[in-house]
Write a new protein. Structure first.
Length: 130
């Protein structure tokens, strides 16, 4: 297929495709200083630049998703309570105590209170918050 030429319609308009084969790219098919080699080189550079940009974009998206997942996991599986102790008042439940004095995953806070005190609490009992 040496000597084959054609046209390509690109974003910049029609472009002549240089012939295949020939010398090392110093001259174009018409013998003038090769504009085609520069175009092919530019296309290669653009292709490499696009690949690197896509790779960097993929890495940044992956890192962002990973950080969001870690933050989500920390928020879902974490709770904190005011340090100290509180008395049980009439009508209090472990859920109410955790709701008033803890933040984060309150279900885990209630589970920690149940593990420590069981399900039976009484008025006047002092609860040490986890």
């Amino acid at each position: 297929m040496t000597g084959h030429t054609g046209f390509v319609i690109g974003l910049d308009g029609p472009e002549v495709i240089p012939p295949l084969g020939g010398d090392s790219g110093r001259q174009g098919w018409d013998g003038k200083a090769s504009r085609f080699s520069w175009t092919a080189r530019t296309r290669r550079r653009r292709h490499i630049t696009r690949r690197v940009a896509c790779l960097l974009l993929g890495i940044s998206i992956g890192a962002t998703v990973g950080l969001v997942w870690l933050d989500f996991d920390r928020r879902v599986n974490h709770f904190e309570c005011h340090r100290g102790r509180t008395p049980v008042r009439d009508g209090d439940t472990l859920w109410a105590i955790a709701h008033d004095l803890c933040w984060g995953n309150k279900s885990l806070a209630v589970d920690a209170l149940v593990d420590r005190y069981g399900t039976n609490i009484y008025v006047g009992q002092w609860i040490v918050l986890p």
